[in-house]
Write a protein that binds this ligand. Structure first.
Ligand code: HEC
Ligand code: HEC
Ligand code: HEC
Ligand code: HEC
Length: 407
């Protein structure tokens, strides 16, 4: 009996959440070429003290892990690319300008400012995509703040406005059906690339359906999608000749992707921006973005209705994902070394190696789609395992073909 009641309550809660999510006003789209300038966070301090103060608290998330130390095989997998030289973990939004200024990775063009500051977002909105190919340093002189109110609200705090125009294209006709908070965070927590001709920040999908990693990979593999007629690649591994794709942080594609347990009922803000109440009793969202695992009220009031012990459950999923990611990572390292040896021997033609290189490229894409997703599987365990399985299967096939060729 007790179980039936609690199940009933869960379903009720689920329905309430689903209805709330779909009944919300759609997000707004930024107006471009309208002569607007950015109103910076400090200018909103008096009017929105709670949001302003909690936004500053993003400085509390200040640790960086050195991925190259933690995952030594990365130097092999990313060889020939900036991420093999310097690769630290992400931390709070507060640090984003500082961190890009300090990175050891090369960043010649202004397109690297895309996800860092509204000052650049507004430059793109006013000047058009030519802003992406400006010199990085020239733009640096005009940056006054990192991710801030304008990024998610334009100049109307409280209303979600999508200010990154490529992101409006990336979801296409699904725009109005996606919860505004998901769109706001998805502007940067996504899988993007720089278009080879314009250097503009661009997304490989144009709807929710086409953002599955299978479609994204098929898009990159089809030369017809690119002005030079070639499949897209970020760089070529100098020893294997594999034209690699570097996946970015596909949190949006993963969390809203097929198999996600909570895509329909919670938003990024529900889990990462805690509910708070101001001194005069007005509810607001804390703008200090934290892990739901560090939010005991949320777990107690909401999650615990279905999750007996959310923290341990999530840690168990993450530990399993971490083990599998290491396993496939080492398999890719082995494949890279064997392939490099075959190439260096000079005994095989490009034609003989073509299929092996293509499989190695696909394998690394699927593995990277998981490796660079910041929730380590928590956003969507099913899609995460699917990607790791596909990575391992492609790597296996590449190894078998290579062994057949070389012995
Ligand atoms: C303008 C781009 C942008 C938007 C919009 C954005 N983020 Fe971020 N986010 C970043 C960048 C860049 C970093 C890494 C900053 C650094 O390491 O210096 C980051 C870091 C984070 C981190 C810390 C990750 C870690 O490993 O500690 C979390 C959590 C996060 N973002 C969640 C969100 C959520 C939730 C939203 C929406 C409410 C959001 N972000 C919107 C760009 C963005
Ligand atoms: C990374 C995105 C992001 C940034 C940066 C951001 N906000 Fe928000 N803001 C949100 C989201 C998401 C909500 C909740 C909207 C929802 O889900 O209905 C919100 C809600 C609000 C609200 C409505 C009341 C509340 O708290 O729910 C106000 C007012 C607001 N923000 C002001 C600000 C101000 C001022 C700044 C700058 C100091 C700022 N925001 C920066 C994403 C952001
Ligand atoms: C159902 C709850 C939930 C929703 C909704 C959700 N996340 Fe998460 N997210 C998590 C959990 C759980 C983790 C793992 C936290 C941990 O390891 O402490 C996480 C981790 C992250 C991280 C890494 C943070 C870190 O400290 O390492 C980022 C970035 C992130 N989420 C962004 C997003 C974005 C962007 C969205 C929306 C597209 C989103 N999340 C939606 C639950 C959620
Ligand atoms: C209405 C019931 C319900 C509520 C409430 C709920 N969850 Fe879930 N959650 C589920 C179900 C069902 C799954 C899928 C479990 C599975 O596949 O084993 C799931 C899976 C997850 C996962 C994937 C990892 C895992 O443990 O399987 C995360 C992370 C998660 N939930 C976070 C949250 C957070 C954070 C909250 C509170 C904000 C929450 N959930 C509230 C039902 C719920």
């Amino acid at each position: 009996m007790k179980k039936t009641v609690s199940m009933f309550l869960s379903v009720l809660l689920f329905l309430t959440l689903a209805v709330t999510a779909s009944a919300a006003e759609p997000a707004k789209k930024v107006e471009t070429k309208s002569g607007v300038t950015v109103i910076h966070a400090a200018d909103w301090k008096e009017q929105f003290p709670e949001q302003y103060e909690t936004w500053l608290q993003n400085s509390e998330n200040d640790e960086i892990t050195d991925y190259l130390e933690e995952y030594p095989y990365l130097r092999t997998l990313y060889e020939g690319y900036g991420f093999a030289i310097d690769y630290g973990s992400a931390r709070g939004h507060y640090y984003d300008v500082q961190d890009i200024e300090a990175t050891g990775r090369p960043h010649p063009l202004a397109n690297c400012w895309t996800c860092k500051t509204p000052d650049f977002t507004n430059m793109v909105n006013e000047e058009g995509i030519s802003a992406y190919s400006k010199d990085w340093t020239e733009v640096q002189a005009q940056i006054t703040e990192g991710i801030s109110c304008y990024t998610c609200h334009a100049n109307t705090p409280g209303e979600i406005t999508i200010t990154h125009t490529y992101w409006i294209d990336a979801v296409g006709e699904d725009f109005d059906s996606i919860a505004p908070a998901n769109l706001a965070c998805g502007q940067c927590h996504n899988e993007y690339y720089f278009a080879p001709d314009t250097k503009a920040t661009t997304i490989a999908h144009n709807s929710l359906d086409t953002m599955h990693p299978d479609y994204i990979l098929a898009y990159f593999n089809d030369g017809a999608n690119f002005s030079n007629g070639q499949p897209f690649s970020d760089w070529t591994n100098p020893r294997t000749g594999v034209k690699q794709i570097k996946v970015q942080h596909p949190e949006f594609e993963t969390f809203l992707g097929a198999g996600s347990p909570h895509a329909g009922d919670f938003t990024c803000a529900d889990c990462h921006m805690p509910d708070a109440v101001s001194e005069d009793g007005t509810p607001y969202h804390s703008h200090n973005i934290i892990s739901p695992l560090d939010n005991p009220e949320l777990i107690e009031n909401t999650c615990s209705r279905c999750h007996a012990d959310l923290v341990s459950e999530v840690h168990a999923v993450q530990a399993k994902v971490e083990d599998l990611t290491y396993g496939v990572g080492y398999q890719l390292e082995y494949l890279t070394e064997l392939l490099a040896r075959a190439v260096e021997s000079g005994m095989y033609t490009d034609e003989q190696l073509a299929q092996i290189r293509a499989l190695a490229r696909d394998a690394q894409f699927y593995w990277d789609f998981v490796f660079v997703e910041n929730a380590e599987g928590a956003h969507n365990p099913a899609l995460t395992y699917e990607c790791l399985d596909k990575a391992a299967a492609c790597a296996d096939r590449a190894l078998k073909l290579l062994q057949a060729l070389t012995c």
